[in-house]
Write a protein that binds this ligand. Structure first.
Ligand code: 5CA
Length: 437
């Protein structure tokens, strides 16, 4: 992509309303724009990151055996009256009336709708287990939307819903999502710590939040200090096999979110307890028959008797993740994207757009990068070198190839690694070989 054709409205000034670094950088790097309180437009650069994150989430859900579908954003209030949550959900739910005076709502989550879909189509235990997910916009009229997309009112969530015949197979479904979350966040370069958590309006008694430690995190969290030394989980897993040992390993040490932490009953000695702040990037729930029972989602078991299905739900804050990743990976000059979620892998900088030899070197490199499928943002404009360096550092692409008149004469370009800051003078061919490796 040529920068002169792109839409990258970066800001020099730090926006006054942004209190945390991810919000500042997302605004300054031209990733998002606020449309109204807690509601954002995703500009091209931010949208590329969102799509990359969404795709990683999708691949790991599919790998774990979940099946993708799409439910609407607007739901009828009727189903929510059956589950009892129409009143329980309170002011966070955005209620709407259509022209016929029917009560509708903008879905804050989808337990009711998916249970209804399941109920109307599945009758026998032979069709179980199932896990259905979608990635869709949600709306919660948060009292305090803040920190940009971190706590929005409209936000993008992956929500999966599992259906099982009995408790053991419901736990297996839960474990599948637990393990797939470890892999999902690891692929984004994040160390997510599973922590025992309250279930709030979703319900149930077994629940884990997946937390990224960050000073700016909204949640106070507590865990045994040895959890911080756990290796990021990248193993291949057999999702049909016994996942309990993996879950036991990750839940064996104390880790709890604020609402589950009781200082008087904490089993960890003070010296071993880490008190920190964290960002909740995912939350999984097992809630048995909380929805299936009132909504009549039953199947005939092996003995012919009807039983309500055992359910769980599993959320990932897809639109929160770009901000969480920035909180975990930045420096004073800007964002440092981990490669798998970077909007482009390479930034190509022509330091002298008026110099024919710089232009031809850059154009050739750009062509080769495109042909090799290496995503490249080519700064082909005529800003000063300083402005180009600052912008590239701000938007945080993992690699920069810098082409200037002196290097072109000597037959070299500069390859810079954004994360380490390491720079190397080398031929254009060697730079390409390095990126293709
Ligand atoms: N139905 C369940 C699981 S599908 C559910 O809604 N869970 S949740 O309420 O915990 O939300 C799932 C994830 O969405 C959270 O872990 C968080 O990462 C993200 N999320 C929740 N509220 C917001 C918000 N206001 N802004 C951005 N992300 C949010």
């Amino acid at each position: 992509m040529r920068l002169t054709r792109y839409f990258l409205p970066t800001l020099k000034e730090t926006p006054a309303e942004a209190q945390i670094v991810s919000h500042r950088y997302m605004l300054r790097a031209g990733m998002v724009r606020q449309a109204s309180a807690g509601i954002y437009s995703w500009l091209p650069l931010g949208y590329r990151v969102l799509k990359k994150i969404e795709q990683i989430v999708r691949e790991e859900q599919d790998r774990a055996g979940a099946v993708e579908m799409l439910m609407p954003t607007i739901q009828s209030a009727d189903l929510w009256r059956v589950s009892g949550r129409y009143d329980d959900y309170g002011k966070e739910m955005l209620r709407i009336q259509d022209r016929h005076g029917r009560d509708m709502l903008y879905g804050p989550t989808n337990e009711e709708l998916i249970t209804e879909i399941f109920r109307s189509s599945v009758r026998s235990y032979r069709d179980l287990p199932k896990n259905l997910y979608h990635i869709q916009w949600k709306f919660r009229d948060e009292v305090r939307p803040r920190f940009g997309v971190m706590r929005g009112r409209e936000f993008y969530m992956k929500d999966a819903y599992s259906f099982a015949l009995d408790y053991p197979s419901a736990v297996h479904a839960y474990n599948r999502m637990f393990v797939s979350y470890l892999r999902t966040f690891a692929r984004m370069g994040l160390q997510a710590i599973p922590m025992r958590a309250e279930t709030g309006p979703i319900g149930g008694d077994l629940s884990h939040e997946f937390i990224i430690l960050a000073d700016t995190g909204e949640s106070a969290v507590y865990c045994h200090k040895d959890m911080l030394a756990f290796d990021i989980f990248t193993e291949d897993v057999d999702y049909d096999g016994d996942l309990q040992p993996i879950v036991d390993h990750w839940t064996g040490l104390y880790a709890a979110a604020d609402d589950k932490h009781d200082p008087d009953a904490c089993p960890v000695p003070t010296d071993d307890l880490v008190e920190a702040r964290g960002i909740e990037v995912g939350h999984i729930f097992y809630f048995g028959a909380k929805y299936s029972k009132p909504m009549g989602a039953v199947v005939a078991g092996p003995d012919g008797a009807e039983v309500p299905v055992e359910m769980g739900s599993y959320g990932i804050g897809v639109s929160r993740l770009p901000a969480a990743i920035i909180e975990a990976s930045h420096d004073g000059n800007g964002i440092i994207w981990p490669e798998p979620v970077a909007p482009f892998r390479v930034g190509l900088l022509n330091l002298r757009a008026s110099d024919d030899s710089c232009v031809s070197t850059c154009d050739a490199l750009y062509g080769t990068l495109n042909a090799a499928g290496i995503e490249c943002l080519y700064d082909d404009g005529d800003d000063s070198a300083g402005a180009k360096f600052a912008r590239m550092d701000l938007i945080g692409l993992p690699w920069q190839i810098v082409v200037g008149p002196r290097g072109v004469k000597a037959g070299t370009v500069e390859l810079k690694n954004r994360k380490t800051g390491a720079r190397e003078e080398l031929s254009a061919e060697s730079a390409l070989a390095r990126l293709s490796a």
